[in-house]
Design a protein around this ligand. Sequence first.
Ligand SMILES: C[S@@+](CC[C@H](N)C(=O)[O-])C[C@H]1O[C@@H](n2cnc3c(N)ncnc32)[C@H](O)[C@@H]1O
Length: 235
Amino acid sequence: MAEKEAQGVDVRAMFDRIARRYQLMNRLMTFGRDGAWRQAVVRETALARGERLLDVASGTGDIALEAMRKIEELRAVGADFATEMMRVGRARPGGGKIDWCAADALALPFPDASFDAVTSGYLIRNVPDAEAAFREQLRVVKPGGRVVCLDTTPPPPSLLRPFILFYLRHIIPLLGRLVAGDREAYVYLTASTEGFKSPEELARIMRESGLTAVRCHLFMFNTMAVHVGERPVEP
Ligand SMILES: C[S@@+](CC[C@H](N)C(=O)[O-])C[C@H]1O[C@@H](n2cnc3c(N)ncnc32)[C@H](O)[C@@H]1O
């Protein structure tokens, strides 16, 4: 059921449609916690002053902006295929300092080994081939550089699961309708989350793409995951 509802959605058009209310919806749905998960993503990049970050599926730039706040003289590229999301991002304070690039995460228009770290927030759940997306990220990150991925996870079995499912299936679509005027986009969020990989499966896919030292941190009753992997240093 959940997977069925997530199928056949034009992801790009959907994000262009909700771009103006995207950030407000995130703050409301996560009780303001989403900023902390993006901070964890930035910490996990281990980027240093003056280095170069690619934030794939940057959307309105939350991760890239957080990274620029934390790391001096960081050069950040924000790539996304939804131009309206990037237009909203560019207009934000600091958004003009990001190099924005219209790009598909499955065919990144960057040379091999051209970034010190690559991040993505809520991308992998939306792509038809997660391993191919990680392979692209591995290709453009330098040897020794990190690939960091933030996404939702299907609610694990626990006493809280019925409450989490109620929140996902009823409250989030209601908020989507009232705040973003787009219930369908938020039904898709729920359906794609329920149909997504477990943290263990996602870690396995990252390893199969060629990343090493893959690990995962879970947040918010294990419903959010930050996965980290590294491009091996060639001998
Ligand atoms: C939920 S938003 C996340 C935005 C931002 N990373 C954040 O943390 O708030 C997902 C973004 O992924 C982008 N996206 C999804 N599939 C993509 C693809 N194949 N190539 C590029 N961008 C993609 C969407 O356009 C959207 O902006």
